[in-house]
Design a protein around this ligand. Structure first.
Ligand SMILES: Nc1nc2c(c(=O)[nH]1)N[C@H]1C(S)=C(S)[C@@H](COP(=O)(O)O)O[C@H]1N2
Ligand SMILES: [Mo]
Length: 523
């Protein structure tokens, strides 16, 4: 019988790993990690303090990723950037599993198990790096790692060449084996049961939201005027429906908060810290606010802006109740998922900043911050609009800063005046005859006085839609008797205070894009 040195060990010739068994070992490694991830995610449903390894790794990557990579990913994948991130994480983890399987077959047990150990430890570190994470948050990571190792061990670990799961006859050989499979199935079943309990708690939180009936505002706003978008083709609606409102957050999954145990605290440099329950919040005088919110990452002509009728209580009243110390200069709000946003205390200058509980007649949607979020007219979301709000801290800019500030974004984030052509799109061919351009423009806090369109350089006033408030967008449209050929179309806004929107192009970083939205069309 031929004997051969292989991978530092002595192999019988007929036991030599073949190409086919290499492939099977790789596949088994992938499956082992797949089962591990599945088990980890199931486990994370069991207890709210136990964190999902995949989500947490994703969140951690988002928090450390250099700004340019993130902007690039957003440009490339839009709001699917997070799905792409999760897919990448899964792919890398599974490929590493495949590698571990392959190495096991080659007898390199040490390195194979080390790969899984490193995966587990990286996961655990990112879990512990989360703000407010307790030690038990790592439970799913370790259970996931353990499950992977067990599957690997039973599938590949004992012998170098035997691949029982695929090669061996499928009938169960011994009583021992039956017990093992039964044990495995039982453990998985138990896990799924417990996980189901966790999912139930989540669903219950969702149902509690559905059962909420928000009080009316003390002085409700007049009903909304007729929306020109009903007749003007391609025009954004006056109010953006909740399910079409853009969504930006660092969390992979929106937290589903139990409104009954939720509290909002006001702490820090205050004379009297305050704790409010959801019921307390709803008992305060509520008011309605029409406000256009924009993301600082919205490029010129981009979609990351929306207009809503918010319902909430006054933020300045709440802060006054807590009594800020004279040393405080910043209102820093933070959320259950570790996000934070800060703006100068002196911006509570009478503007209608609110703790919002309602959006377009509904309790805040989960995606948009249920049960409560901050809305500050005139400020980009990243410095103000904390969703899933849990704490408002009076502090100082020289002590603490919001989430995005250390990541290269400006400390101050007033929304820049902007205008956008909604219709037609860049590169469109428009028919001969009268053509109607349409779009929106916003200039907080002053409001829009006029919107002008230049077709091949000649500026003309557009017709404006209704004005809800100085901090909402205004729709505009412009009729043009087409002339054949190619044309350049630019739009600009002029505010009520007489400011003309700058032509100066600026990138979204560090404090918001500027420049005239320009499209090229042909007739
Ligand atoms: N908890 C939390 N709140 C957050 C964010 C976040 O990542 N986490 N993103 C902010 C940013 S950058 C913006 S632009 C707005 C977007 O709000 P929306 O998703 O409701 O449109 O929420 C803000 N509030
Ligand atoms: Mo944003």
């Amino acid at each position: 019988m031929t004997r051969k040195e292989f991978g530092g060990e002595v192999w019988k010739y007929e036991d030599m790993p073949t190409k086919a068994s290499h492939r099977q070992a790789f596949a088994l490694g992938v499956i082992a990690v797949g089962i591990g991830i599945f088990v980890g995610e199931l486990t994370s449903n069991i207890h709210s303090a136990w964190k999902s390894p995949v989500d947490t790794l994703g969140n951690w990557i988002i928090s450390v990723i250099p700004h340019f990579v993130e902007s690039f990913a957003i440009t490339l994948f839009g709001t699917h950037d997070k799905s792409f991130l999760v897919a990448t994480i899964l792919l890398v983890a599974l490929l590493l599993g495949g590698l571990a399987g392959y190495l096991l077959l080659r007898g390199k047990r040490g390195i194979a198990y080390l790969i899984i150990a490193v995966e587990t430890i990286v996961s655990a570190i990112t879990v512990l790096a989360r703000p407010h994470a307790g030690v038990t948050a790592v439970v799913p990571s370790f259970i996931s790692g353990l499950a992977t190792v067990l599957v690997l061990f039973f599938a590949l670990g004992r012998s170098k060449t035997e691949l029982p799961a695929i090669n061996a006859p499928t009938e169960l050989k011994s009583r021992r084996q039956v017990l093992k499979y039964a044990g495995g199935a039982g453990a998985l079943g138990g896990l799924m049961l417990l996980s189901g309990q966790g999912v139930k708690t989540h669903s219950l939180n969702v149902i509690k939201r559905l059962a909420i009936k928000l009080p009316n505002a003390t002085h409700p706003l007049p009903p909304l005027p007729a929306d020109p978008a009903a007749t003007v083709r391609g025009l954004s609606t006056l109010i953006t429906p909740n399910d079409q409102f853009f969504q930006i957050d660092t969390a992979i999954n929106a937290p589903i908060i139990d409104v009954e145990s939720w509290t909002l605290t006001i702490t820090g440099l205050v004379k009297k810290p305050i704790t409010l329950t959801y019921t307390d919040l709803l008992k305060r005088p509520l008011f309605e606010l029409d406000d256009t919110m924009s993301c600082v990452s919205n490029p010129v002509g981009g979609p990351l802006v929306g207009n809503a009728r918010w319902l909430g209580c006054r933020l300045d009243d709440l802060i006054r109740d807590a009594g800020p110390l004279s040393s405080a200069d910043q209102i820093l709000s933070s959320s259950s998922d570790g996000f934070s946003a800060g703006f100068p205390l002196n911006l509570l200058d009478g503007r209608d900043a609110m703790i919002a509980v309602g959006m377009n007649g509904q309790p805040l949607p989960i995606k948009h911050g249920f049960p409560a979020r901050v809305i500050v007219p005139g400020l980009y979301g990243y410095v103000s609009a904390t969703k899933w709000l849990t704490n408002i801290e009076l502090t100082r800019f020289d002590i603490k800063q919001g989430f995005w500030i250390s990541r290269g974004w400006s400390q101050l984030g007033p929304i820049k005046m902007e205008s956008r052509i909604d219709y037609p799109q860049d590169g469109a061919h428009v028919p001969v005859g009268t053509f109607r351009f349409a779009g929106v423009a916003w200039a907080p806090l002053a409001g829009i006085a006029s919107v002008q369109l230049a077709i091949d350089g000649l500026w003309k006033n557009a017709t404006l839609g209704p004005s809800l408030s100085g901090t909402t967008w205004r729709q505009w449209w412009f009729d043009w008797d087409t002339t054949a050929g190619k044309h350049v179309v630019e739009v600009r806004a002029i505010s009520v205070s007489g400011e003309v929107q700058t032509k100066q192009l600026a990138d979204v970083a560090p404090n918001g894009a500027s420049g005239w939205h320009t499209i090229h069309i042909s007739v």
